[in-house]
Design a protein around this ligand. Sequence first.
Ligand code: ATP
Ligand SMILES: Nc1ccn([C@@H]2O[C@H](COP(=O)(O)O)[C@@H](O)[C@H]2O)c(=O)n1
Length: 206
Amino acid sequence: MIVTIDGVAASGKSSVAARVARELGVPFVSSGLLYRGVARLCLREHVNPDDEDALLDLVRRCPLDLRPREQGNEIWCGHQDLTGELHTHEVDETVSHVAKHPRLRDWVNEQLRHVQGSFVVEGRDMGTAVFPQANAKFYLTASPRVRAQRRVQERDEDIGEVEAALRLRDEKDAAQSAPARDAVLIDTSNLSLDDVVANVLRAVRA
Ligand SMILES: Nc1ncnc2c1ncn2[C@@H]1O[C@H](COP(=O)(O)OP(=O)(O)OP(=O)(O)O)[C@@H](O)[C@H]1O
Ligand SMILES: Nc1ccn([C@@H]2O[C@H](COP(=O)(O)O)[C@@H](O)[C@H]2O)c(=O)n1
């Protein structure tokens, strides 16, 4: 069984996917971490994120390894765990530049398709481009303000700046972020995390 949970930045994809996966007793996979990993390598190696050939050379030189874990996915580059370096302002600003390249997206999607068995996978285009055959598909949204409020609970940043950055990332991600026609749309603006998880599990088990 494959369950896809797509949605806009900070809509709750990772949190919901992790909880749903735990309840179903299957791994969860965070596709965004692969893009974030490439963005992190760009920053570390001073590679231009707008240069597609340079990005493909980078991931050949520094192959990233996505490791689904119950407590959260890990991203390794050889023997180096990059996981703790992927949710920074610099990575947030770089990742959409990385994600716009078709051949880089093909590379990410090839990594994702190696995952075997049953799993929950979250991202932007899991239910459309990567796993159109998924058994259940969900698409999470929330107002930019609500998403910014949630994000500043995690990071000590100005809420106005966070909201503006989320709106900008939404625009940059629009090309790959359309919900699948058969996805269940959930506006989480006025729902608790528990409510969203319950709604998803009810639909998966229906
Ligand atoms: N329905 C909800 N109600 C309240 N808080 C929520 C809800 N969903 C998620 N959160 C909280 O909002 C924050 C962002 O959630 P999360 O990281 O899962 O979003 P995301 O869509 O994966 O973000 P990104 O796209 O940046 O990876 C987390 O602190 C999470 O606990
Ligand atoms: N399937 C996906 C997942 C992510 N992206 C790009 O990566 C950025 C970070 O993703 P998060 O889920 O961690 O926010 C995101 O803003 C996209 O630019 C993607 O294109 N496709």
